[in-house]
Design a protein around this ligand. Sequence first.
Ligand code: SF4
Ligand code: SF4
Length: 226
Amino acid sequence: MMEIKEIYELINNIGVLVFSTINGDEVHSRIAHFNGCDEDGIYFRTMANKPFGRQLIETGKVTVCGISDSKCLGYEEEGTPNFPPSYTIRLIGDVKKVAPEIIKEKAKTNKALMSAANDIDKYPAMAEGNFVIYKAKGEIFDVDFDCINRDHKLLRKRFSFGGVPFNPAGVRITDACIECGKCKKVCTFKAIEEGTPYKVREDRCDDCGSCLMACPVNAIEESLTF
Ligand code: SF4
Ligand code: SF4
Protein backbone atom coordinates (compact mmCIF):
# COMPACT_ATOMS: atom_id res chain seq x y z
CA MET A 1 0.00 0.00 0.00
CA MET A 2 1.56 3.32 -1.08
CA GLU A 3 0.89 6.59 0.71
CA ILE A 4 -0.12 9.70 -1.32
CA LYS A 5 3.11 11.38 -0.18
CA GLU A 6 5.23 8.53 -1.56
CA ILE A 7 3.41 8.72 -4.93
CA TYR A 8 3.80 12.52 -5.00
CA GLU A 9 7.54 12.29 -4.29
CA LEU A 10 8.06 9.94 -7.24
CA ILE A 11 6.05 12.30 -9.46
CA ASN A 12 7.80 15.39 -8.15
CA ASN A 13 11.19 13.81 -8.78
CA ILE A 14 10.25 13.58 -12.48
CA GLY A 15 9.11 17.22 -12.41
CA VAL A 16 7.24 17.75 -15.66
CA LEU A 17 4.75 15.14 -16.87
CA VAL A 18 2.16 14.67 -19.60
CA PHE A 19 -1.42 15.38 -18.52
CA SER A 20 -4.28 14.21 -20.72
CA THR A 21 -7.95 15.11 -20.60
CA ILE A 22 -11.06 14.28 -22.59
CA ASN A 23 -12.42 16.93 -24.98
CA GLY A 24 -15.62 15.59 -26.50
CA ASP A 25 -14.51 12.58 -28.54
CA GLU A 26 -10.83 13.61 -28.50
CA VAL A 27 -8.01 13.05 -26.03
CA HIS A 28 -5.87 16.16 -25.39
CA SER A 29 -2.39 16.20 -23.82
CA ARG A 30 -0.11 18.88 -22.43
CA ILE A 31 2.96 19.25 -20.25
CA ALA A 32 2.44 20.32 -16.63
CA HIS A 33 3.62 19.65 -13.10
CA PHE A 34 2.18 19.06 -9.65
CA ASN A 35 2.67 21.42 -6.74
CA GLY A 36 1.96 19.60 -3.51
CA CYS A 37 -0.01 16.91 -1.78
CA ASP A 38 -1.76 16.12 1.47
CA GLU A 39 -4.23 13.54 2.74
CA ASP A 40 -6.87 14.93 0.33
CA GLY A 41 -4.86 14.22 -2.83
CA ILE A 42 -2.26 15.63 -5.23
CA TYR A 43 -2.49 19.27 -6.34
CA PHE A 44 -1.74 21.07 -9.60
CA ARG A 45 -2.84 24.27 -11.24
CA THR A 46 -3.90 25.74 -14.55
CA MET A 47 -6.16 28.70 -15.22
CA ALA A 48 -9.76 27.46 -15.27
CA ASN A 49 -10.51 29.44 -18.42
CA LYS A 50 -7.84 27.61 -20.46
CA PRO A 51 -9.01 24.60 -22.51
CA PHE A 52 -7.13 22.37 -20.04
CA GLY A 53 -9.00 23.85 -17.07
CA ARG A 54 -12.35 23.74 -18.85
CA GLN A 55 -11.86 20.08 -19.80
CA LEU A 56 -10.96 19.20 -16.20
CA ILE A 57 -14.07 20.92 -14.88
CA GLU A 58 -16.35 19.42 -17.51
CA THR A 59 -15.23 15.80 -17.20
CA GLY A 60 -13.63 15.57 -13.74
CA LYS A 61 -11.07 13.16 -15.23
CA VAL A 62 -7.34 13.32 -15.94
CA THR A 63 -4.58 10.88 -16.75
CA VAL A 64 -0.92 11.64 -16.13
CA CYS A 65 2.34 9.91 -17.08
CA GLY A 66 6.04 10.63 -16.97
CA ILE A 67 9.50 9.07 -17.00
CA SER A 68 12.40 9.77 -14.68
CA ASP A 69 15.08 9.65 -17.41
CA SER A 70 14.13 10.27 -21.03
CA LYS A 71 17.68 9.41 -22.25
CA CYS A 72 16.50 5.79 -22.35
CA LEU A 73 15.10 6.40 -25.82
CA GLY A 74 18.48 5.99 -27.56
CA TYR A 75 20.26 3.11 -29.30
CA GLU A 76 23.91 2.10 -29.25
CA GLU A 77 25.69 2.03 -32.61
CA GLU A 78 25.23 -1.70 -33.08
CA GLY A 79 21.48 -1.39 -32.45
CA THR A 80 21.37 -2.37 -28.78
CA PRO A 81 18.74 -0.37 -26.88
CA ASN A 82 20.26 2.15 -24.48
CA PHE A 83 18.00 1.87 -21.47
CA PRO A 84 19.58 3.08 -18.22
CA PRO A 85 17.78 2.37 -14.93
CA SER A 86 14.71 4.61 -14.69
CA TYR A 87 11.06 4.52 -13.78
CA THR A 88 7.80 5.56 -15.36
CA ILE A 89 4.67 6.43 -13.45
CA ARG A 90 1.16 6.77 -14.76
CA LEU A 91 -2.18 7.30 -13.12
CA ILE A 92 -5.85 7.82 -13.94
CA GLY A 93 -7.60 10.16 -11.57
CA ASP A 94 -10.76 12.01 -10.62
CA VAL A 95 -10.15 15.72 -10.32
CA LYS A 96 -11.93 18.73 -8.86
CA LYS A 97 -11.34 22.43 -8.36
CA VAL A 98 -10.07 23.68 -5.00
CA ALA A 99 -11.28 27.05 -3.71
CA PRO A 100 -8.58 29.74 -3.31
CA GLU A 101 -9.27 30.20 0.39
CA ILE A 102 -8.68 26.46 0.96
CA ILE A 103 -5.33 26.58 -0.88
CA LYS A 104 -4.30 29.61 1.21
CA GLU A 105 -5.31 27.89 4.43
CA LYS A 106 -3.46 24.68 3.53
CA ALA A 107 -0.35 26.66 2.49
CA LYS A 108 0.03 27.92 6.08
CA THR A 109 1.22 24.45 7.10
CA ASN A 110 2.14 22.92 3.73
CA LYS A 111 5.17 24.61 2.15
CA ALA A 112 4.72 22.90 -1.22
CA LEU A 113 1.42 24.76 -1.68
CA MET A 114 2.92 28.19 -0.96
CA SER A 115 3.63 28.99 -4.61
CA ALA A 116 0.02 28.15 -5.49
CA ALA A 117 -1.18 30.44 -2.69
CA ASN A 118 1.12 33.26 -3.85
CA ASP A 119 -0.05 32.92 -7.46
CA ILE A 120 -3.65 33.47 -6.35
CA ASP A 121 -2.68 37.01 -5.32
CA LYS A 122 -0.40 37.61 -8.32
CA TYR A 123 -2.72 36.47 -11.12
CA PRO A 124 -6.49 37.05 -10.90
CA ALA A 125 -7.18 34.00 -13.08
CA MET A 126 -5.27 31.71 -10.72
CA ALA A 127 -7.95 32.11 -8.05
CA GLU A 128 -9.95 29.59 -10.06
CA GLY A 129 -6.95 27.58 -11.19
CA ASN A 130 -6.23 25.08 -8.42
CA PHE A 131 -7.15 21.44 -8.83
CA VAL A 132 -6.69 18.28 -6.82
CA ILE A 133 -6.65 14.66 -7.93
CA TYR A 134 -8.61 13.28 -5.00
CA LYS A 135 -8.83 9.67 -6.08
CA ALA A 136 -6.71 7.72 -8.51
CA LYS A 137 -5.17 4.43 -9.47
CA GLY A 138 -1.86 3.94 -11.18
CA GLU A 139 1.33 2.04 -11.72
CA ILE A 140 5.10 2.43 -11.39
CA PHE A 141 7.38 0.63 -13.84
CA ASP A 142 10.89 0.64 -12.43
CA VAL A 143 13.20 -0.75 -15.12
CA ASP A 144 16.80 -1.92 -14.98
CA PHE A 145 17.15 -3.81 -18.25
CA ASP A 146 20.92 -4.28 -17.90
CA CYS A 147 20.49 -5.50 -14.29
CA ILE A 148 22.91 -2.86 -12.98
CA ASN A 149 21.29 -2.44 -9.58
CA ARG A 150 19.52 -5.81 -9.20
CA ASP A 151 19.32 -9.22 -10.82
CA HIS A 152 16.02 -8.75 -12.68
CA LYS A 153 14.78 -6.21 -15.20
CA LEU A 154 11.52 -4.91 -13.81
CA LEU A 155 10.06 -3.89 -10.49
CA ARG A 156 6.45 -3.00 -10.93
CA LYS A 157 3.93 -1.67 -8.45
CA ARG A 158 0.28 -0.70 -8.68
CA PHE A 159 -1.30 1.78 -6.28
CA SER A 160 -4.42 3.74 -5.55
CA PHE A 161 -5.71 6.35 -3.17
CA GLY A 162 -9.13 7.76 -2.32
CA GLY A 163 -10.62 4.28 -2.11
CA VAL A 164 -10.26 3.27 -5.79
CA PRO A 165 -10.00 -0.50 -6.43
CA PHE A 166 -7.46 -1.79 -8.95
CA ASN A 167 -6.57 -5.10 -10.59
CA PRO A 168 -3.37 -7.03 -9.84
CA ALA A 169 -0.65 -6.70 -12.50
CA GLY A 170 0.72 -9.35 -14.84
CA VAL A 171 -0.48 -12.48 -16.58
CA ARG A 172 -1.96 -15.30 -14.47
CA ILE A 173 -1.37 -19.05 -14.56
CA THR A 174 -4.44 -21.23 -14.03
CA ASP A 175 -4.86 -24.73 -12.61
CA ALA A 176 -4.64 -26.08 -16.17
CA CYS A 177 -0.83 -25.83 -15.80
CA ILE A 178 0.94 -29.16 -16.34
CA GLU A 179 4.24 -27.87 -14.88
CA CYS A 180 6.24 -28.30 -18.09
CA GLY A 181 8.45 -25.25 -17.35
CA LYS A 182 8.32 -23.79 -20.89
CA CYS A 183 7.00 -20.43 -19.64
CA LYS A 184 9.82 -20.06 -17.11
CA LYS A 185 12.38 -20.76 -19.83
CA VAL A 186 11.15 -17.95 -22.14
CA CYS A 187 10.58 -15.34 -19.42
CA THR A 188 13.57 -13.00 -19.46
CA PHE A 189 12.05 -11.00 -16.59
CA LYS A 190 12.56 -13.80 -14.02
CA ALA A 191 8.87 -13.44 -13.27
CA ILE A 192 7.86 -17.11 -13.21
CA GLU A 193 8.31 -19.43 -10.25
CA GLU A 194 7.94 -23.19 -10.17
CA GLY A 195 5.02 -24.67 -8.23
CA THR A 196 1.69 -26.43 -8.54
CA PRO A 197 0.64 -24.61 -10.61
CA TYR A 198 3.55 -22.40 -11.70
CA LYS A 199 3.18 -18.80 -10.52
CA VAL A 200 3.77 -15.34 -12.01
CA ARG A 201 5.27 -12.63 -9.81
CA GLU A 202 3.14 -9.58 -10.54
CA ASP A 203 5.92 -7.21 -9.46
CA ARG A 204 8.24 -8.50 -12.19
CA CYS A 205 5.92 -9.37 -15.09
CA ASP A 206 6.11 -7.07 -18.13
CA ASP A 207 2.94 -8.41 -19.81
CA CYS A 208 5.15 -9.21 -22.80
CA GLY A 209 3.18 -12.36 -23.59
CA SER A 210 6.11 -14.66 -24.45
CA CYS A 211 4.91 -17.20 -21.88
CA LEU A 212 1.39 -17.20 -23.34
CA MET A 213 2.86 -18.16 -26.70
CA ALA A 214 5.04 -20.90 -25.18
CA CYS A 215 2.42 -22.60 -23.01
CA PRO A 216 1.28 -25.87 -24.66
CA VAL A 217 -2.03 -26.05 -22.78
CA ASN A 218 -3.18 -22.40 -22.77
CA ALA A 219 -2.88 -22.24 -19.00
CA ILE A 220 -1.88 -18.57 -18.95
CA GLU A 221 -4.46 -15.80 -18.93
CA GLU A 222 -3.80 -12.32 -20.37
CA SER A 223 -3.15 -9.46 -17.98
CA LEU A 224 -5.78 -6.97 -16.84
CA THR A 225 -5.36 -3.23 -17.14
CA PHE A 226 -5.36 -1.50 -13.77
S1 SF4 B 1 4.20 -12.03 -19.76
FE1 SF4 B 1 6.42 -11.88 -20.20
S2 SF4 B 1 7.25 -11.05 -18.32
FE2 SF4 B 1 5.24 -11.77 -17.79
S3 SF4 B 1 5.56 -13.82 -17.03
FE3 SF4 B 1 5.12 -14.00 -19.21
S4 SF4 B 1 7.10 -14.01 -20.23
FE4 SF4 B 1 7.42 -13.26 -18.14
S1 SF4 C 1 4.12 -23.34 -19.94
FE1 SF4 C 1 2.01 -23.58 -19.26
S2 SF4 C 1 1.86 -25.67 -18.56
FE2 SF4 C 1 4.03 -25.21 -18.74
S3 SF4 C 1 4.62 -24.58 -16.66
FE3 SF4 C 1 4.07 -22.75 -17.79
S4 SF4 C 1 1.91 -22.42 -17.36
FE4 SF4 C 1 2.38 -24.48 -16.76
